[in-house]
Design a binder for this molecule. Structure first.
Ligand SMILES: [Zn+2]
Ligand SMILES: [Zn+2]
Length: 297
């Protein structure tokens, strides 16, 4: 294996649906979807759920002056932190906002206008002077000057959602949320898209048992995350978009269960930092555990 790639992901919000502060969510966190990808000197934020508030503060404290923000989609749990993302208000901080799931006649900037309409929020997005908006075309790839490549894939979710794959110096991280498995064409495309990734963050909102009464809601299961990981040769699957009702204790038990089936698997929690190089090394761990059957699939 060559030297370190410097590709990593940090979680600032791991919940789906709505914010759940309180004593039962202290350890895994109650903020909604927000992740920070680092690739050398590049920094990309995925989603502006409530977790982006603290990320924004940390970014300003670090002295950064520019960032790219990608949205998986614009359901409320993925944008509710946006009006509280401090860098967007700074005249010397450049933010590029991008999304690609919207219908042709709706622009990402329109979503900002709606979210920060005067009846909903006291400040309008015209104050975001150094912010640019870009609507990605399906399949469009982004190339950063330092060699980071970001590619996209359509997911199965009401209103659409986009999966992102980050490739940098031979390492890769993919983010697949919000997504429901079971649609053959999309499943095949997603499997090809995530193939061989070192880290796969995956929508594990439900258990298989819970999923039976939530077919069509646009989310998947931890069992499916492990099954897809085996098929696609993922080194480290990470359960994400947690059900808001699940407590820390339940996640402890879930983590134990998934790690008996797939030792490198993780349950995302706020503050967790995962490095693609470390994930890649786990692929060399015992194959018998990786091949164990999961939940009848
Ligand atoms: Zn969501
Ligand atoms: Zn959604």
């Amino acid at each position: 294996m060559s030297g370190s790639s410097g590709l990593s992901i940090r979680f600032w919000g791991v919940r789906g649906s709505y914010v759940v502060p309180g004593p039962k969510t202290v350890r895994y966190g109650g903020n909604t979807s927000c992740m920070e990808i680092r690739a050398g000197d590049e920094c990309v934020v995925v989603d502006c759920g409530s977790g982006v508030h603290d990320l924004g503060k940390a970014m300003l404290a670090s002295g950064r002056k520019c960032v790219t923000v990608l949205f998986t989609h614009t359901h409320l749990d993925h944008i509710c932190g946006l009006p509280f993302f401090a860098p967007a208000y700074k005249p010397d901080f450049q933010v590029r906002f991008m999304a690609g799931h919207l219908l042709a006649d709706i622009k990402l900037q329109d979503i900002f206008e709606r979210l920060m309409d005067p009846v909903l929020f006291p400040v309008q997005p015209v104050v975001f002077k150094e912010c640019a908006f870009h609507d990605l075309k399906i399949g469009e790839a982004l190339r950063f000057p330092n060699g980071l490549s970001v590619t996209t894939e359509c997911l199965n979710h009401p209103g659409g959602a986009l999966g992102y794959r980050f490739d940098f110096k031979g390492r890769s991280i993919v983010i697949i949320t919000d997504h429901e498995h079971g649609e053959r064409g999309t499943d095949d495309a997603v499997e090809r898209f995530v193939e061989g990734a070192d880290i796969m963050v995956y929508d594990a909102t439900y258990t298989d048992a819970e999923y039976r009464s939530h077919v069509g809601w646009g989310h998947s299961t931890w069992q499916e995350a492990l099954s897809l990981s085996r098929r696609a040769g993922i080194a480290q699957p990470v359960m994400f978009h947690h059900h808001p009702e699940r407590s820390d204790d339940e996640f402890d038990r879930l983590r134990e269960e998934i790690q008996t089936l797939f030792p490198a698997a993780e349950v995302a929690r706020e503050g967790m930092l995962l490095e693609a190089d470390a994930a890649a090394r786990m692929l060399a761990r015992p194959m018998e555990a990786r091949e164990a059957p999961v939940g009848g699939r």
